[in-house]
Design a protein around this ligand. Structure first.
Ligand code: BGC
Length: 248
């Protein structure tokens, strides 16, 4: 079975039909740039362009980089335009896509669900925390494979700061930190804090940085939990969005 997945990110809106049996893209993905400011209207247009590129007419799952309740309602918007807050994204996108059924889900929750089914978390029980490092830090918390949605661990307060402002991948780029400095100081400190609160068995590190795990994972020391890179890498959000739309 195939369902269309779209991942709305800070820099790009990417999507493709997803083969739900394989947990992989059924066709090469298409990407358009995220408009700035990332308003509901501008982003909805981007989603339409991506879906139209494939002439898709079935159900669509869409990730959003903020809290999403009931598969529809946007509640926070840390890295996109504030006018998203309290928008019914399912209604907005459904209308823009000519009436296609739409399910909306937090981006990290989507990536986490995909990793737990098809990637680094397959078959893992206990407490597993998937963290995505990108423009912000996203989190997906699982207990025996069951997701606790919208955990927002990227906004924990760390040394008086919003944690994602210190430890996201964007923070590394903005402050021109080396991979080693970012890993050994910022990410390690952040993981130690999350570990103190949740004592997870496994951390899965996702987001764009998962492709470069050899550059930073060796520098993260002193964490008791196992730490592994995500396996679906940049496609986890797209696959997870489609899975959620299929009712996973
Ligand atoms: C948002 C989260 C999102 C994460 C990654 C954070 O700023 O609050 O909802 O999952 O960024 O995009």
């Amino acid at each position: 079975m195939q369902i269309f997945g779209v991942d709305i990110g800070g820099s790009g809106i990417k999507g493709a039909p997803v083969d739900l049996d394989k947990g992989d893209l059924a066709q090469e993905r298409h990407k358009v740039l995220t408009p700035h400011p990332a308003t509901p209207d501008g982003v909805a247009d981007g989603v339409r362009q991506v879906v139209d590129h494939f002439g898709w007419t079935g159900p669509v799952g869409v990730t959003f980089p903020g809290v999403v309740t009931d598969g529809a309602m946007i509640r926070t918007a840390a890295n996109v335009d504030d006018s998203w807050i309290d928008t019914d994204a399912r209604a907005l996108l459904g209308e823009r896509l000519g009436g296609l059924p739409v399910t909306v889900v937090n981006d990290a929750d989507a990536a986490g669900v995909a990793e737990m089914h098809f990637g680094a978390g397959r078959g893992r029980r206990g407490t597993v925390i998937v963290l995505t490092f990108g423009t912000g830090i996203g989190s997906a918390v699982f207990t025996d494979g069951v997701l606790v949605p919208n955990t927002e661990l990227g906004h924990l307060e760390l040394d008086g700061h919003d944690a994602e402002k210190r430890a996201s991948s964007k923070a590394r780029e903005d402050h021109e930190m080396t991979w080693e400095h970012w890993a050994a100081h910022r990410v390690r400190r952040y993981l130690a804090h999350v570990e103190m609160l949740f004592s997870p068995d496994l951390f899965i590190i996702g987001g764009g940085v998962s492709r470069k795990s050899h550059k930073f994972l060796p520098h993260i020391e002193g964490i008791k939990a196992e730490i592994v890179p995500a396996q679906l890498q940049n496609n986890a959000g797209i696959v997870g969005a489609a899975m959620r739309a299929a009712g996973h």
